[in-house]
Write a new protein. Structure first.
Length: 692
């Protein structure tokens, strides 16, 4: 089998499973007794193990196998979670991520995991706490044998009695697979295939469904009816590859009677190894009870039309989406031109055709845009684990509160924004949140809080990272800046608090008293600023001493197509994204007030600034006379608003966002340009820059 074609699928699914393990370990740390969470982690580790073994990544498979052993003890109530076990599982997850990243970079995925494997094995044996091995190791009897597991219902009992009465042999058989067996379900299937060929399974513990999904430890048990003698039966099963042990107990009518009496004495007993109650008798007996190979299961699902959800999704290369976006952008320009021509020619059949094309292309546009958009949750979901580790290494207590994780952003921006946010979060935990003693002395709760927020504003997404820590120490920042020759002493005295805070983004700047794994190496916020600006974004910081610090990152959606309001300022046309517009209106000149030399308007019981686009962009007036009324556009940025004065409101239109290029990248309050249907170019306003 050629595995290279499956490598990208393996990488994507491995990353998903590792993320799930991380998230659920964090949840389990808050609720150590929640076995449901353990089950989810176990399934992710198990799936990752199977994929790794299939692809030939033995170190990955070996480590996940040892994680499975620990998790299996926990989910079967044979082991309780404690800090040592959590740390081992987190370290194991980190090692798995390192190996997967090595595979992504073209490596073999090999790593020395012997120390971690040794720690995990010590948990299974109980050596790490010097406990008796029996208290932690799984007992075969509990997995398949023992009185509780041998309970059967009346129907199954009658089948066994009837079989023995007619000369068949009835057995309770316990089969164990080797500890290093990678594909337990496959070995179990081979054993059940032999059972089916030579007799009939009356009951299975765990259930057939659980065994098919590998939801069992090393041991499974069956009540079995056959004509084969005991020795031949055990030899036949023992010859199956990777089967470690076979134990069988024959039944006669007397022993079956004792089994029934035992059942009546303990009616409430339940199978110890089964994760859920056994299926109804009709489902457990007969040919239907035997496991079917995966291919048969898929075929049956296909016939009924109930295919797994995973089969209804595909992965698409991002370059293909870029090409699709560009082609549709060009088609949109032609559509606008056709609409203009149809309005001039005024032929009904042409107008109807163009209108239909406009409706279809509008639907197509929505689909194309959504294809590229992904929620920032794909980045945010890795931060809780990071915050936990950083806080623990600094002996601090920190809660991370995430809001707006469903805010969508272009895929290319999401892929690039992760590292800058990591720097900002680590900075908040290290420099912002105080040590526990300092917080208590300041009258704060011992647990600090870091808020991570995302929200839309106009055609931008804002991501804020705020902490309730000590805030920025103005004097310490200035002393460091002077020492590093970033500013002069005479300049420092005149700087505002915002200007001082901006010094944090200077190259090589750090206020850390000592170098650590977290900070102090002079690499961090300057890298953040450079990266965000390369994405067309802006990062700012606000701080209140003793109250906390807030970093705000403004990022463009980078969509190729947006809905906009076309406006005219004298003889020039501009576009304003509809998402940033509150409303449009016409006002009389006498409604404009002057406060401290700046124009303002009364707007819905509030006073908002009036911004003249003619003055900002120095648009020639060409001798046009002032009118009694002026058109305005009310724009918003979060909870702040402003009014833009314009000459004319042309109308709404779908426009193609084009980059101005590196030579015009720093034009104030301009995010790009668009080509209109008549071939003219209109600049697209960045309304967030116009609101201060």
């Amino acid at each position: 089998m050629e595995l290279n074609q499956y490598l990208s699928m393996f990488i994507d699914e491995s990353k998903d499973h590792l993320q799930a393990i991380n998230e659920n370990l964090l949840a389990l740390e808050q609720s150590p007794e929640d076995i449901g969470i353990v089950q989810v982690i176990f399934r992710s580790a198990h799936t990752l193990k199977g994929m790794s073994a299939t692809m030939g990544f033995e170190d990955l498979a070996k480590l996940t196998h040892e994680m499975e052993n620990v998790l299996d003890l926990v989910r079967n109530d044979k082991l309780s979670m404690n800090p040592f076990i959590f740390d081992c599982l987190f370290k194991s997850t980190d090692a798995l991520e390192t190996m997967v990243n090595d595979i992504i970079e073209g490596g073999t995925g090999q790593a020395d995991v012997s120390d971690i494997v040794k720690s995990l094995k010590s948990i299974v044996t109980g050596d790490y706490e010097k406990q008796p091995a029996a208290s932690a190791a799984p007992a075969p009897a509990a997995a398949g044998g023992g009185s509780s597991a041998m309970q059967i219902d009346e129907f199954q009992y009658s089948v066994l009695v009837q079989s023995v009465s007619t000369g068949h042999n009835a057995y309770f058989i316990e089969v164990g697979v080797r500890e290093d067996c990678v594909l337990k379900a496959a070995r179990a299937y081979m054993v059940f295939d032999l059972f089916e060929q030579n007799g009939e399974v009356i009951k299975s513990v765990p259930s057939i469904q659980d065994i098919e999904q590998e939801k069992f430890d090393r041991v499974f048990s069956v009540f079995y009816v056959t004509r084969l003698p005991q020795a031949e039966l055990e030899t036949m099963i023992g010859n199956v590859s990777e089967i470690d042990s076979v134990k069988s107990i024959p039944f006669d009518l007397e022993s079956l009677k004792e089994l029934k009496e035992q059942k009546q004495e303990k009616p409430a007993a339940a199978p110890a190894a089964s994760e859920k109650p056994a299926a109804p008798a009709a489902a457990q007996s007969g040919p239907e009870a035997h496991p079917a190979p995966p291919a048969q299961t898929q075929a049956q699902a296909a016939k009924t039309g109930h295919l797994p959800v995973a089969n209804r999704t595909i992965r698409v290369d991002i370059d293909r989406l870029d090409l699709l976006m560009n082609l549709f952008s060009e088609m949109l320009i032609d559509r606008v031109r056709l609409e203009q021509l149809a309005s001039e020619i005024r032929r009904q059949d042409l107008t109807e055709t163009v209108e239909h094309m406009a409706r279809v292309s509008s639907d197509l546009q929505n689909i194309v845009l959504k294809l590229r958009m992904v929620p920032v949750d794909t980045v945010f979901n890795r931060f809780p684990r990071m915050v936990r580790d950083v806080a623990k290494s600094l002996n601090k207590k920190v809660d991370l509160v995430i809001t707006g994780a469903d805010t969508e952003l272009d895929r290319t921006v999401v892929d690039e924004i992760g590292d800058p946010l990591v720097h900002l979060l680590r900075n908040s935990i290290d420099h912002g949140v105080e040590p526990i003693d300092d917080r208590l002395a300041a009258g704060k709760a011992e647990t600090g809080t870091v808020w991570l927020r995302a929200f839309h504003s106009g055609n931008h997404v804002f991501i804020e990272i705020e902490d309730d820590g000590r805030g920025i120490n103005r004097q310490k920042v200035l002393q460091t800046a002077i020492k590093k020759n970033i500013v002069r002493e005479d300049q420092a005295e005149r700087m505002t608090d915002d200007e001082v805070a901006a010094l944090l983004f200077a190259s090589g700047f750090s206020t850390a008293d000592k170098i650590s794994d977290i900070s102090g190496r002079g690499v961090g916020l300057d890298v953040v600023k450079t990266k965000i600006e390369s994405l067309g974004g802006v990062v700012t910081v606000e701080s209140k001493p003793g109250k906390g610090t807030k970093f705000s990152v403004q990022l463009p959606l980078t969509l190729s197509i947006i809905s906009a309001m076309l406006i005219r300022v004298n003889d020039e046309k501009y576009a304003i994204p509809l998402s940033s517009i509150v409303e449009t209106a016409a006002i009389r000149k006498e409604a404009i007030r002057n406060l401290q030399g700046a124009p303002f308007l009364d707007y819905r019981n509030a006073v908002i600034p009036l911004v003249s686009l003619e003055q900002i962009y120095q648009v020639p007036n060409n001798g046009q006379r002032s009118q009694d009324e002026t058109e305005i556009v009310i724009i918003k940025k979060g909870d702040k608003m402003a009014a833009l004065s314009v000459s004319e409101l042309i109308g709404q239109q779908e426009i193609v966002l084009k980059n101005l290029g590196k030579y015009l990248s720093n034009v104030f309050a301009i995010s790009g340009a668009t080509i209109l249907g008549d071939g003219q170019v209109a600049l697209i306003l960045d309304t967030n820059a116009l609101i201060k």
